[in-house]
Design a protein around this ligand. Structure first.
Ligand code: UT7
Length: 391
């Protein structure tokens, strides 16, 4: 290696995975709960059904998606430097959902934190991870989008409960000297539109109280029309900016993977960008809006549908609460034909995760024993010192 440490590093997506709960809720089922209809929902949003978590949580879905991404990348969890979970429906206010995932993956050498940028969170995470990799600070960064919005919805509010669904998607980004991977990042925020999409209570401004609960302030509240107006404008602008920053001519964009919120928003953006349907990936009819998880889930399905190939130029573009938005342009480099998992490798992975689980339990027990022993020692020392003074 030369003494020149300014050589370019690139951040490539080398692994990908998704998890969606098997429990399906169709529009017809929703129409039994609130005053709506399958026809209205399909016409105004494009959504036919969504997945709703039953036993799953934001952390468990993130874990499944991450495990799949790690398998595809064939990377040892010990070599992961950072775990980012983009979510607005975290397991807790703290600890971070990312720390739970880091522990369960056995990613013992990784830092972990949650990223709160609503539906733009995954794209924010990609921008951050790519920056760290390109600067040489980190080499393997896991970016996960995971959400259980079903727990944050007012199932009596037809303006919001029809839109969202649960799920998770993950990618593993890895550094390489080879050109490609994430080539640009556009991140934006306009906090003046914060109240257009919010959960008003449960934070430090309006801590949970009987009053906040009675007023349904712990549920998602949205001004749909205003968010719609913002979304259509920003999808177009952010996509153009990401392409420009990456020096990719607009006609060389092969696939746009937009945040899956509403087909009308996506169709509007596609038209304004002059993109035929073959260059835009849409799967929201099956999942609704899964917030930070929507782009990674869509990416995995685009790969499965063979719509992503080495050499392709892609753009991820997201928007949401904040208001926030983000886009990144990339050149895809990784072969997308998955290596068949041998039973031996599957068994190895299973064993590795079981072992991480046992180690984690071991750490918890050790921490308790350590605390108990330290307390006892302190007491003995204290007595000794006390006695010493008295004598
Ligand atoms: O990740 C970012 C998350 N947010 C978004 O992406 C949301 C962006 N906004 C949208 O997607 C759309 O604004 C919605 C799908 C939420 C709503 O569509 P719209 O075409 O903007 O409808 P609207 O809010 O203007 O409502 C039209 C009518 C109203 O009735 P009136 O006042 O015209 O009599 C609503 O009360 O539709 C009514 N309506 C419904 N009817 C049946 C609203 N929700 C429903 C419903 N079923 N679920």
């Amino acid at each position: 290696m030369s003494a020149n440490n300014h050589h370019a590093r690139y951040a490539h997506i080398v692994g990908w995975g998704k998890y969606v709960p098997p429990n399906v809720m169709t529009n017809e089922e929703l129409a039994k709960k609130v005053d709506t209809s399958d026809a209205w929902i399909r016409e105004r949003t494009g959504i036919r059904e969504r997945r709703i978590a039953t036993k799953e949580t934001t952390a468990s879905m993130a874990l499944y998606a991450a495990q799949e991404a790690i398998e595809v990348a064939d990377v040892d969890p010990n070599d992961i430097d950072l775990v980012i979970v983009a979510t607005s429906s975290p397991e807790f206010i703290f600890p971070a959902t990312a720390s739970i995932v880091q522990d369960q993956l056995g990613a013992c050498n990784a830092g972990a934190f949650d990223l709160s940028a609503a539906c733009s969170g995954f794209v924010y995470g990609i921008g951050l991870a790519a920056g760290m990799i390109r600067s040489g600070i980190h080499n393997n960064v896991l970016v996960i989008g995971s959400e259980t919005f079903s727990k944050l919805l007012n199932w009596k509010d037809r303006a919001t409960c029809i839109l969202f669904g649960d799920g998770a998607g993950a990618v593993l980004l890895q550094g390489s000297d080879e050109y490609g991977g994430i080539l640009s990042s556009v991140l934006g925020s306009d906090g003046s539109g914060g109240e257009l999409l919010e959960i008003p209570a449960g934070g430090s401004k309006n801590p949970t109280s009987i009053e906040t609960v009675m007023a349904n302030m712990h549920f998602v509240k949205m001004n749909g029309r205003e968010v719609y107006r913002f979304a259509t404008r920003i999808m177009v602008d952010a996509t153009k900016e990401a392409l420009e920053k990456a020096n990719i001519p607009a006609e060389e964009l092969d696939l746009l993977i937009p945040h899956q919120a509403n087909t009308r928003i996506i169709d509007y953006a596609a038209k304004a960008l002059n993109l035929p349907p073959s260059k835009v990936f849409v799967n929201l009819e099956k999942y609704g809006n899964t917030s930070a998880a929507s782009i990674p889930i869509a990416l995995v399905e685009a790969i499965e549908d063979k719509r992503v190939n080495p050499g392709d130029h892609l753009v991820f573009v997201g928007f949401g609460a904040g208001l926030s938005w983000g886009a990144c342009a990339l050149e895809w480099t990784e072969p997308t034909i998955r290596r068949a998992t041998t039973p031996q490798r599957a068994a190895q992975s299973k064993l590795r995760y079981q072992w991480s689980h046992v180690k984690s339990l071991g750490h918890r027990v050790l921490r308790r024993v350590d605390a108990g022993v330290s307390r006892t020692l302190d007491r003995i020392e204290g007595k000794k010192n006390g006695n010493g003074h008295e004598e």
